[in-house]
Ligand binder design. Sequence first.
Ligand code: COA
Length: 336
Amino acid sequence: MEGINFNQIGVSFKGSGSYVPDQILTNSKISQKVDTSNEWIKSRTGISERRISSLGDNVTEMGYKAALTAIEMANWDIKTIDLIVLATSTPNDLFGSAPSIQAKLGAANAVAFDLTAACSGFLFALISASQFLKGGGGFKRAIVIGADQLSSFVDWNDRGSCILFGDGAGALAIEATNEFDNLIGFDMRTDGERGSFLNLPSKNTKGSIIDNIDFLSGAFSPIQMNGQEVYKFAVREVPIILEKLLKKMNYTSDKVDWLVLHQANQRILDSVGERLKIPGEKILSNLEKYGNTSAATIPLVIDEAIRNNRIKQNDIIATSGFGAGLSWGAALIKWG
Ligand code: COA
């Protein structure tokens, strides 16, 4: 953490990276397992296929590969990275997977930790890391990673939820500046009252240590989801938080170059775009190929758009993450 500069007023975006496992699970293959069809899944969600981790593709591996490509784009010496924040709900070590990514990268001067906020995780991590960069504590360069392996926690017999999720990782490289702030504005919300709509709850079975002293062995139940309620929550709250943010920052939706929403369902993306009067060609979508990769969707779709020369320097991105908690958030970004 060298070069402490108390004038750091903002952040700039320097690089992006992503990684997905090789294994492809198509809709028609899912229909061999549960009573569904490619037509049903495609028309209700927009998803055609998703990637599934196999051995060697855990959150540390995926997050590491995404981070490395972001660092390469930023052209940073790895030793200059001060902070690594990993958004994940599926760490391969419950004590945290970020330090293992730090070790694999050789980012010896960074502090690394996990942050959990389900599908809002990447946005919450990006906002948190930005506060470190602006906070005067000497943090100058950060890697923000979203990586998840929900396939390990999906109930593969539940056709109402197993069709949605896939695995992957994305990362952004952000740097403190003392001239401008390209994280133009943000907002974050949670509502634990509605938390039961989407859970990955612990499932403890009682054991005995010695006579009269019980313990609860640790394990998790598969994902439980009320799809209709989550859908209603997303199409209601996401436009509200984005509209409020745009208004607060004196932006109108016609100034937005790209709408980057958590990739949950194409119908949610279309509905939010319609409400904000942002045309379809400005709404980034890759869920057809990857489904909902939880904390990874936002950096994954941003990285793809940067590498395809869609997102360009100084483009304005309105982004929103939403999901379990319930949690949701929005950020207005200028790329670069
Ligand atoms: N294949 C075929 N039929 C299915 C099905 C599947 N995979 N999943 C559900 N169905 C059936 C239901 O059993 C129901 O049948 P019924 O009318 O005979 O009872 C019918 O389809 C309608 O179910 P419903 O739950 O109303 O479907 P839906 O249009 O709401 O679509 C989701 C279901 C899950 C695709 C949709 O609710 C959704 O995307 N919700 C948001 C979930 C989400 O994004 N979660 C993550 C947030 S981070």
